[in-house]
Design a protein around this ligand. Structure first.
Ligand code: IFM
Length: 445
């Protein structure tokens, strides 16, 4: 039985996002966000769920910090709600919103938990959407001002800043399929929005650096390994094309300063308007790259994602394939000159239930996490500089279009009673953190 030891300062933690856990959507002068508008529109979310209450974290943050302590987390990745601190996206500041994040950060510091703050996890203030949202370049400037406000207030205690979470999901699901807020289906808007997100990232980086030159600043990308369905040359070409259209679309501008030719081929006249200086702004040096990894795409000649017979799939319909995680990390490490990496999300949704004994047995999640931890360690031994790992998620929460039907948590959320029950995976993870090592074969229960 092999044991995989991690470096002594490896930052083990868990992640959440504001709209998915906070609730209190209209309390203490919070403004409306595009996710409030979207989830309040019938037909958009499974079961008519909304984030109005979610995990009620806005009121239960102290209890949630106690939960983090119980798990022994060394770090906690969360996002701030733009419309909670700037109800109209710009202009009038909401002191109560800032106070909330102030208390949270102080609480984390007091618990010796490193805060990793994400400025944008998809919840644009609705007033900015009404002015065109990410299709309007002014939104990027509003973002830079919002970033500056947050860094001024919290920069003395928050050392890790992320501009954006998963620009690809914002682009493709928010603006191409329309399954996420703001629910737009328009290729031109999608790619213009993608570019404005990149510009906003660059401006946000400048805001952070101007106020806290020593802060660690970066972005979080959602990277799915792309692999061919067979050994044929055609499948390999198709898989690489898929990778370019989805992953290098953001990796290339951020780390090479240009959009990949494959994207120009695909998007044609709908390529975004790019102003002089944009690409240098976007490609400015970052202190880290956040990588969210869940699964891979296996691509056949038709360019479609294939389902693999015999593979395990999660409740999201995502294949479980941990070795592809290592291959992906090694691939990006070889193809780009990267700063250190944090795994900013990794986890799986399974059908969890509370047993008669009050416990939540989730052996498949333990196996999933164990295998992904090991593949990360192996990638590190291959030379990839990974500094920390945030499991998605601290607790079950609002899974966007799926509402509360998908459970990713290390902790089970009983939404009716607003109770948190640490799952077996949470107990197991606490042990991994305590020992700073992963054993290959665990009693998965
Ligand atoms: O819940 C999401 C999170 O908001 C962004 N990354 C993927 C997670 C699971 O779908």
């Amino acid at each position: 039985m092999a044991t995989y030891k991690f470096p002594h300062n490896f930052l083990w933690g868990a992640a959440t996002a504001a709209y998915q856990i906070e609730g209190a959507w209209n309390e203490d002068s919070r403004g409306e966000s595009i996710w409030d508008r979207f989830s309040h529109t019938p037909g958009n979310i499974s079961n008519g769920d909304t984030g109005d209450i979610a995990c009620d974290h806005y009121h239960r943050w102290e209890e949630d910090i106690a939960l983090m302590r119980r798990l022994g987390l060394k770090a906690y990745r969360f996002s701030t709600s733009w419309s909670r601190v700037l109800p109209n996206g710009r202009g009038r500041i909401n002191p109560k919103g800032l106070d909330f994040y102030d208390r949270l950060v102080d609480g984390l510091r007091a618990a010796n938990i490193e805060p990793l703050l994400t400025l944008y996890h998809w919840d644009l203030p609705q007033t900015l959407q009404d002015e065109g949202g990410w299709d309007n370049r002014n939104t990027a400037h509003a973002f830079a001002d919002y970033a500056a406000l947050m860094v001024k207030r919290l920069g003395d205690r928050v050392k890790y800043w992320t501009t954006f979470n998963e620009p690809s999901v914002i682009t493709f699901i928010g603006f191409l399929t329309g399954e996420h807020a703001p629910g737009i289906k328009d290729q031109r808007v999608a790619y213009q929005a993608a570019h404005h997100l990149m510009v906003a990232h660059g401006l946000g980086m400048q805001s952070i650096r101007a106020i806290e030159p020593d802060a660690n600043a970066g972005i979080v990308l959602n990277l799915w390994m792309s692999e061919p369905a067979s050994d044929s040359a055609d499948d390999l070409v198709a898989a690489n094309k898929f990778w370019d259209e989805n992953e290098t679309l953001f990796l290339d501008p951020l780390f090479k300063g240009y959009y990949p030719p494959a994207v120009y081929d695909m998007v044609g006249k709908n390529m975004p308007k790019i102003q002089d200086g944009d690409m240098a702004l976007i490609a400015q040096k970052m202190d880290y790259l956040g990588v969210n990894y869940y699964s891979r795409n296996v691509i056949g000649v038709n360019g479609k994602v294939a389902r693999i017979a015999g593979s395990e799939y999660t409740e999201m319909g995502w294949e479980v394939c941990a070795p592809a995680f290592r291959r992906m990390l090694v691939r990006i490490n070889n193809e780009y000159s990267l700063p250190p990496i944090f795994i900013t999300e990794n986890g799986a949704a399974f059908e969890d239930e509370v047993g008669a004994d009050g416990k939540v047995r989730d052996p498949r999640r333990i196996e999933y996490l164990k295998d992904h931890f090991i593949q990360t360690r192996l990638a590190m031994l291959d030379g990839v500089d990974v500094r920390g790992y945030m499991v998605w998620s601290l607790m079950d929460n609002f899974e966007w279009g799926h509402g509360f039907s998908k459970r990713f948590g290390l902790t089970y959320t009983d939404y009716a009673a607003q109770k948190r029950i640490v799952k077996d995976s949470g107990e197991w993870y606490a042990e991994v953190i305590r020992k700073n090592e992963v054993e290959e074969s665990v009693g998965a229960g």
